[in-house]
Design a protein around this ligand. Structure first.
Ligand SMILES: C[S@@+](CC[C@H](N)C(=O)[O-])C[C@H]1O[C@@H](n2cnc3c(N)ncnc32)[C@H](O)[C@@H]1O
Ligand code: SF4
Length: 381
């Protein structure tokens, strides 16, 4: 049995809500920070039995904006987790940062508490576009944050970008990608480039619907896609997942756990866990979360016990997100069945459509499949 486990910690606080964001993150909730962190540490302690039985190999502190809150809280969380962690097995501890809230003092505290990987949300290098999407930082804040990270010898830094963005031209996007590549010398080892999702009820959806801002057309978006995937790989950032590029050896170990359908525990409001074949998602409401912890009530709002077929379908979809694809031997080891015994029809059909290809060991998305991955997922839902 694989007794490794990943841990996700959710910090649901932000200075301001970005116009495109649909995450469980909230502004103007500062009064709840301290009780929330205490509740979260309580949740960790309540899981001490499980945590003691597993080797924690990755920790990911995400949000929201973990760097927004006082660094003493991050230390409190990591100190609590370290009670159950053998440092020998802990490979990666990531924290998400918004450039606007990074200081030398905070990064020093993170480092001393065990953080060895930073993930900075840049999104765009143009200050006017950052303003249009409601970001609280400027490019200069990012440059300062990266300088502090370098001064403190953080040698594994990841960058988040989004495309297309309102009023962003193809030329500007190309400059953004070139800029990201130029940061290789400054310890940027990993780049996540997400395709913009416009969620209903966000300010961005309103601005687009009312015509205050606009996005490039589909053809230009496709040009952006081609430029980013070709240019990043030509410059040493190989694509290892649909939206993720890394220098060899700097792939996100924690996120690979998700794509390999490995077990992880999530702590905090809205955090999900995958454990014992079940998926749990904690309540999104911060006050409700604190109340439930204090009353010793069940924290999750959703608990889905996946039957064997659903687990296998999910395994296929998650593994196909990786560029190397799904390892057929691993499927057999995990499920004691050949993948063709279960999914021959789907695989054949997708191969005929040119969306999947395979060799002796792997089944993977073709370059066309990577562009229309949703059509592939539909076959397995
Ligand atoms: C939790 S945030 C990262 C940390 C911090 N909150 C920040 O924004 O700087 C995770 C990442 O998801 C991406 N993201 C958020 N909303 C998105 C959307 N609607 N479409 C595409 N990417 C999105 C952004 O790149 C963001 O950096
Ligand atoms: S800072 Fe990050 S989590 Fe917070 S609103 Fe913006 S994108 Fe969402």
């Amino acid at each position: 049995m694989n007794n490794e486990i990943g841990v996700y910690v959710h910090i649901p606080f932000c200075l301001r809500k970005c116009y495109y964001c649909d995450f469980a993150s909230y502004e103007n909730m500062e009064k709840l920070i301290e009780p929330y962190i205490n509740a979260l540490c309580d949740e960790i302690l309540k899981n001490s039995e499980i945590l003691s039985q597993y080797k924690i190999t990755t920790i990911y502190i995400g949000g929201g904006t973990p760097s927004y809150i006082d660094a003493k809280y991050i230390k409190q969380i990591l100190d609590t987790l370290m009670l159950f962690t053998d440092k020998e097995f802990l490979k990666e501890v990531t924290i998400e940062l918004n450039p606007n809230s990074v200081t030398k003092e905070k990064l020093e505290i993170y480092k001393n508490a065990g953080v060895n990987r930073l993930s900075i949300g840049l999104q765009s290098i143009y200050n006017d576009i950052l303003k249009i999407i409601g970001r609280v930082h400027k490019l200069e804040d990012f440059e300062e944050a990266l300088k502090i990270a370098n001064d403190l010898s953080f040698d594994n830094v990841s960058l988040d970008l989004i495309y297309p963005l309102p009023n962003l031209s193809l030329e500007q996007f190309k400059e953004t990608v070139d800029y990201a590549i130029s940061l290789k010398e400054k310890n940027i080892k990993h780049i996540s480039i997400y395709n913009l999702e416009v969620h209903e009820n966000t300010k961005l959806a309103f601005l687009l619907n009312e015509g205050y801002v606009s996005l490039v057309n589909e053809d230009t978006e496709y040009e952006m896609y081609k430029y980013l995937k070709d240019t990043l790989s030509q410059n040493g950032f190989y694509r290892y997942e649909i939206s993720n590029y890394a220098i060899n050896g700097y792939e996100s170990k924690h996120n690979l756990k998700y794509w390999n359908q490995e077990q992880y525990l999530g702590f905090g409001s809205s955090a999900s866990s995958f454990f014992g074949g079940k998926r749990y998602t904690n309540t999104k409401d911060i006050k409700e979360y604190i109340k439930r912890i204090n009353k010793n009530e069940i924290l999750y709002d959703e608990c889905e016990e996946l039957d064997l077929l659903s687990l296998m379908k999910e395994y296929v979809m998650l593994n196909l997100r990786k560029l190397e694809g799904l390892n057929k031997d691993n499927f057999k080891i995990k499920y004691q069945k050949e993948i063709y015994d279960i999914f021959a029809e789907e695989i054949n059909e997708l191969e005929k459509l040119g969306l999947l290809e395979e060799n002796k060991k792997y089944i993977k998305l073709t370059s066309r499949g990577l562009e229309v991955a949703n059509l592939v997922w539909e076959k397995f839902i």
